[in-house]
Design a protein around this ligand. Sequence first.
Ligand SMILES: Nc1nc2c(c(=O)[nH]1)N[C@H]1C(S)=C(S)[C@@H](COP(=O)(O)OP(=O)(O)OC[C@H]3O[C@@H](n4cnc5c(N)ncnc54)[C@H](O)[C@@H]3O)O[C@H]1N2
Ligand code: MOO
Length: 393
Amino acid sequence: MTLVPVAEAQARLFALAAPVATERLPIRQAAGRWAADDITALRTQPVADLSAMDGYAIRFADLPGPWRVIGESAAGRPFAGTVAAGEAVRIFTGAALPTGADTVLVQEEAARDSERLMLDGEGPAHRGRNVRARGLDFHAGSRLIAAGERLTPARIAVAATGGHGALPVRRSVRVALAATGDELVPAGGPVSGAQLPESNGVMLAAMLADLPVAIVDLGILPDRLDVLTEAFRTVEADLLVTTGGASVGDHDLVRPALLAAGGAIDFWRIALRPGKPMMAGRLGGALVLGLPGNPVSAFVTATLFVRPVVAHLAGARDPLPVTTHALLGEDLPANGGRTDYLRARLEDGRAYASTIQDSSMLLTLARSTCLILRPAGAPAAKAGESAEILVIA
Ligand SMILES: Nc1nc2c(c(=O)[nH]1)N[C@H]1C(S)=C(S)[C@@H](COP(=O)(O)OP(=O)(O)OC[C@H]3O[C@@H](n4cnc5c(N)ncnc54)[C@H](O)[C@@H]3O)O[C@H]1N2
Ligand code: MOO
């Protein structure tokens, strides 16, 4: 049985579907979406030379003063006249520098007696001190945000300053979630002996909460081919994510049900631990990801495939999770043929893997703050060596 390497599986998954359609959204609703186009400045910022401090606009050549104060320039209310030799204008942060002035004397270094202004300190060290030149931040026509970049709060702010009130984004991604298994009952309800509270659907919804998605909750589906087939046949979504029933047991029916519903499997089984039995395919207009039922396997495959493919569909240029590095807290044994994602805790910059790595253990996962990546075939590693990690909490 050949297992698909993780990076190849991610690339194949992204190739199965293009990003969803674009729309224009009012800027206050666009946070967290991905830009569908380059966003270019419609104006220059600042549009004029502005004061960076509260003080007095002067001519540097007139130092060390004294000056005569001839007016005021406030943000939004510029001084209309011109500053001539020996003259100063009271100025505030963000206000336009009057014509003729080239420098701002901060008020802490000035002494004023009615219209008469004197230096009371060292004064500005050079011409242009405390002045923000026109276009310091950006010029009209500059690219502010590239297509495929996420609309973070700072990018929303730069777009607003660049003159935009609405932004081109991808519409939200419709994600259908289905948990499968006869043993499952909804969280919080009564649980009899052989039953188990459903947690994968709850966890997946939480893992998607910061992404632009509209969740279609198919709830808990029983291990019955006819019920699963009908649910899959009628689902309307961009992405269908199932959990459980992905392996090879007699009650693992997700694959046959997808095929019976008219879907096609593109790949099944990944060189990944935990998460090997994951499958990916298409069903009508939707992508399908069949995640393994073990909760930790569902978490790891959702981290490596579900969140990234949602980002891909939502127009992300770089949809993959970003890893970093940490020193190993303890020795690790050689790894087998699957890339391993060890549940671990980061403490003082060192990553400590949990002793038991069973893919059913949710408390271990809940206490973990990172996953240590162990590439397929990696040799044993010593405490203190650097390892690639994925921060998860
Ligand atoms: N003979 C083999 N057996 C198994 C293999 C294999 O290759 N050969 N693979 C194992 C691996 S690895 C995994 S991972 C699991 C995944 O199997 P399934 O996707 O079919 O998962 P289930 O059997 O349906 O469930 C596994 C486990 O997880 C619990 N579960 C399922 N769904 C939920 C849910 N929504 N919330 C909470 N818990 C859930 C379920 O009760 C089971 O305990 O297969 C191995 N077997
Ligand atoms: O791949 Mo399974 O996910 O080891 O438990």
